[in-house]
Ligand binder design. Structure first.
Ligand SMILES: Cc1cc2nc3c(=O)[nH]c(=O)nc-3n(C[C@H](O)[C@H](O)[C@H](O)COP(=O)(O)OP(=O)(O)OC[C@H]3O[C@@H](n4cnc5c(N)ncnc54)[C@H](O)[C@@H]3O)c2cc1C
Length: 418
């Protein structure tokens, strides 16, 4: 008889667990509270711009090997596109200076030895000063591990770590920052090619997973919020959903909880989880990017941090965006548009726009919050946790989500064997 697993939450963590278990021939039931899969990584049709947009621009790097393997497993790796070489154009809005960081295509960070490829006005010793990050512990602050000032910091370390940690880098966990640096910058250009789901996050990372699951006989229920776990002895014995809908969990069945930390804590009282979050602000402008526009442009010295060029659209990401969540929307759109004009070299009145402010985009990647991340194993033998906020060793990213989903799936398989 086929084994059965219930996956709660259809974000990337839940979907990656579901796909892995479906491929191991388990019968899958996915339960998602909202009407759409994808969680914090989703697309939708936006009437303000008349375009399908993502809730947030998501950047992957070619070194995100679990995320890439997930895309491969659902047949959409080719939908993650980017330049052939790991090149990152930057502009400093304060000075107008432009440069390109060229990380090449090696497996080693040889670019640091080449003055023409590294950040302008930096020397080898500046890069060597970043070494303590590589072995830093998670409870150390970035600000205590490396110098958080100077040209290299302003032009590379700050933008990179801000994007990865979603906190002001000096207050971030050095161990989490180190994990990102080890898997990307230190692994050479081969691991740093930027990749974007050009046709949208849902089309590339979400819908194909749902289709694969359904083709394998899985059920995917939307509007199906788990309200209570029924426990008996050391196992989950039943699931209670909204609308008095209940599911009995058989002696060989398993459950994976892949919901955000607040929902997980409500379902499992006493569970320690991160409790502080940071916002990410995205702005989308209906505007044809100039023909030579790079797919992604790093910006320093302004309000915006990254400008993404999509067909018919210029989009902006601002991390650690709590200071912007209460700003009047039109004022914010205008301020961002001014930066976009300077950065992308375009001009014009504010085009059709949309601002998406994800207030709880990620948990705060600080040492204190990182210490609250639980592992995937629980006190109940058939219940496992997944989510970017579980203890993945990475900040809250797609790569971390996929790893957490894979890990939960592997534990389900191991519990069955044991
Ligand atoms: C604006 C923004 C930009 C980002 N940029 C990047 C980036 O550039 N690169 C990158 O790698 N990562 C980025 N991230 C992070 C990435 O999106 C997340 O790490 C990832 O999507 C988290 O997936 P998850 O499955 O762990 O959680 P979620 O996506 O939160 O999924 C959890 C799901 O559980 C559902 N749920 C909740 N409670 C219940 C319940 N009781 N019953 C049933 N279902 C429930 C939710 O509705 C949701 O669908 C970004 C995030 C945001 C918000």
């Amino acid at each position: 008889m086929q084994n059965t697993v219930h996956i709660i939450g259809a974000g990337i963590s839940g979907l990656s667990a579901a796909v892995r278990l479906a491929n191991a021939d388990w019968r899958i039931h996915v339960h998602e509270a909202t009407q759409q899969a994808g969680g914090r990584c989703r697309s939708y049709f936006d009437t303000a711009t008349n375009l399908t947009i993502d809730n947030g621009n998501h950047l992957l790097l070619s070194g995100n090997r679990h995320a890439l393997a997930y895309a491969r497993s659902i047949g959409t790796e080719a939908g993650l596109v980017g330049p052939k070489r790991a090149q990152f154009p930057f502009v400093d809005l304060a000075t107008g200076q432009r440069w390109q960081l060229d990380l090449g295509d090696s497996r080693l960070p040889l670019w640091v030895f080449d003055e023409a490829r590294r950040v302008p006005d930096t020397g080898l010793t500046d890069y060597l000063a970043l070494m303590p990050l590589i072995w830093a512990s998670t409870n150390k602050l970035v600000g205590d591990a490396i110098p958080c000032k100077g040209v290299l910091y302003d032009r590379l370390v700050q933008p990179l770590l801000l994007a990865a940690l979603n906190v002001d880098p000096p207050e971030g966990s050095a161990g989490l920052a180190g994990a990102v640096v080890r898997e990307t910058l230190l692994a050479g250009g081969q691991a740093c090619r930027p990749l974007i789901a050009r046709d949208g996050l849902s089309a590339v990372l979400v819908e194909p997973a749902i289709k694969l699951l359904q083709d394998k006989g899985a059920s995917v229920s939307f509007g199906h919020e788990l309200r209570e776990l029924v426990m008996r002895a050391e196992r989950v014995d039943g699931l209670k959903f909204g609308g008095d809908d209940g599911v009995a969990i058989g002696p060989d069945d398993a459950v994976v909880i892949a919901v955000p930390p607040r929902s997980a804590a409500a379902l499992l009282p006493g569970l320690k989880t991160p409790s502080r979050f940071r916002a990410i602000v995205n702005a989308h402008f209906r505007f044809d990017p100039p023909q030579n526009a790079p797919p992604i442009l790093g910006v320093v010295g302004g309000l915006v941090e990254w400008v993404f060029a999509f067909p018919q659209r210029l989009s902006v990401t601002i991390s650690n965006g709590d200071r912007l969540v209460d700003m009047p929307r039109e004022e914010l759109a205008l301020a961002i548009w001014r930066d976009v004009c300077k950065a992308a070299g375009v001009a014009g009145e504010l085009p059709q726009w949309q601002i998406v402010r994800e207030r709880r985009a990620t948990f705060e990647a600080t040492p204190g919050q990182n210490a609250l991340r639980p592992g995937a194993v629980t006190a109940w033998k058939n219940l496992f946790l997944a989510g970017d906020w579980t203890d993945t060793g990475l900040p809250a990213t797609i790569e971390g989500s996929v790893r957490s989903g894979n890990r939960a799936a592997d534990l389900v398989l191991a519990a069955k064997r044991g």
